[in-house]
Design a protein around this ligand. Structure first.
Ligand code: FAD
Length: 384
């Protein structure tokens, strides 16, 4: 590798690009990561649930298969990343409490519980009283719950910071520039053109620019990843004394809408999230914030007493079938890792593993075949 030529150029430094850069560098490759603002994407807004089932809609079996593989990768990945950096990642395996506020909601939890146990995931059906014993701040009206013991959680900002540090320590070169175009020669990706006009040559390019991946120029029709931004507003409250408010993630339906509350160790609770098709709009709206606070307080009334410390909107990279795009593109030399939609945190270690296998001359593992970008090769891409 020379200053302007890398074995691998990764475009995008969210959790997906960072994870790939770290793993590829650890596998012995010379890696350059290009991102003008690594803390500006969806990864910085994410709640951090590592929830293979509760984020999946019935019928999304392909996504479920990926998610189940991914959640099993997390304990080892978290341990390695913590060891490499000394960072506390806020990784917890205490599960998610799915709660029902009325009899209808409680009945609706039965098939969820049956599905989780059918998949072999650890889950327990609880009465309202038992749920409140686990989480004493739950509203007294709670009728029943499922404790999804197989769900984990992590602090996405701690993970992002740790990945930057681990990647640096492994020799990754960071360029705080925007990639304008993928360079090609004789039908092969050969590097990246940056926004200051300079080129970065590379043996392989990995396009991992989240919901912006479709906007990088230079790709033939059919190779442009068909990803779109799906806006999510999220609110953070905090115990003024910095005490942890809850042991586990709490999730439920309120007035027909899903709301979740994810605790952090320093007394913060992240309440999310809206799902909005608004293009690249990242405005935080009064309606979005008030809805999240109201629905969150319906499950944990005590959050009304906490300090409001942050409101934010992030853009999830959505794909047409909600399954990510992970693997070789139809353009030789270009791999794609995008479209992780609501599960990018969960899928980051598994995606890094799959792309690193490709970059080191192997095949994408079998479990990742459902995410093959070639399934959209007949499409003309989002710019057409
Ligand atoms: P991003 O994090 O968006 O990173 C893309 C990066 O590319 C950015 O840093 C950007 O600066 C860079 N970039 C863009 N264009 C260029 C360019 N031309 N050149 C160079 N760099 C470029 N997932 C979970 O698993 N669990 C959760 O609990 C969860 N909660 C979420 C809550 C909210 C509110 C949101 C919005 C998302 C949530 N997600 C969650 C989804 C998760 O955050 C995303 O799937 C994941 O962060 C996607 O990571 P990424 O690296 O692909 O994209």
């Amino acid at each position: 590798m020379t200053a302007d030529h890398a074995d691998v150029a990764v475009v995008g430094g969210g959790v997906i690009g960072l994870g790939i850069a770290w793993r590829a560098a650890r596998a012995g490759l010379g890696v350059t990561l290009i991102d003008p603002e690594p803390r500006g994407g969806a990864s910085w807004a994410a709640a951090g649930m590592l929830a293979p089932v509760t984020e999946v809609v019935y019928g999304e079996e392909a996504l479920l298969g990926l998610n189940l593989h991914a959640v099993r990768r997390w304990p080892e990945f978290a341990a390695e990343l913590a060891e490499a950096t000394g960072h506390d990642l806020g990784f917890h395996t205490s599960g998610t409490l799915l709660v029902a506020l009325d009899a209808d909601d409680n009945a609706a939890l039965d098939p969820v519980y049956a599905y989780q146990t059918e998949l072999g995931l650890a889950a327990r059906r609880l009465r309202g009283r038992e749920a409140r014993e686990l989480e004493p701040l739950l509203t007294p009206g709670v009728r029943g719950a499922v404790l999804a013991e197989g769900d984990h959680r992590v602090d996405p900002r701690a993970v992002t910071e740790a990945l930057v540090e681990a990647a640096c320590a492994s020799g990754v070169t960071f360029l705080d520039r925007r990639a304008m175009a993928i360079a090609t020669d004789a039908g092969r990706a050969t590097g990246v053109h940056l926004d200051d006009g300079s080129p970065v040559g590379a043996g392989h390019v990995v396009l991992a620019a989240g919901c912006w991946s479709g906007g990088v120029e230079g790709l033939p029709a059919g190779v442009v990843p068909p990803v779109r931004p799906v806006k999510g507003q999220i609110v953070t409250v905090r115990d003024p004394a910095g005490r942890r408010v809850m042991e586990r993630t709490v999730r439920g339906m309120v007035r027909g809408r899903t709301v979740y509350l994810v605790p952090r160790d320093d007394g913060r609770v992240v309440i999310g999230a809206t799902v909005e098709e608004q293009g690249f709009d990242t405005r935080v709206t009064a309606g979005g914030v008030s809805r999240l606070l109201r629905d969150g307080a319906a499950l944990i009334p005590a959050i009304e007493e906490l300090d409001l410390v942050e409101t934010r909107a992030g853009l999830r990279p959505g794909s047409p079938d909600n399954v990510p795009l992970i693997g070789e593109s139809a353009l030789p030399g270009l791999a794609v890792a995008t479209g992780h939609y609501r599960n990018g945190m969960l899928l980051a270690p598994a995606t890094a593993e799959a792309i690193t296998a490709l970059l080191t001359g192997g095949d994408v593992p079998d479990w990742a075949r459902a995410a093959d970008p070639a399934r959209f090769a007949g499409d003309r891409g989002v710019r057409s």
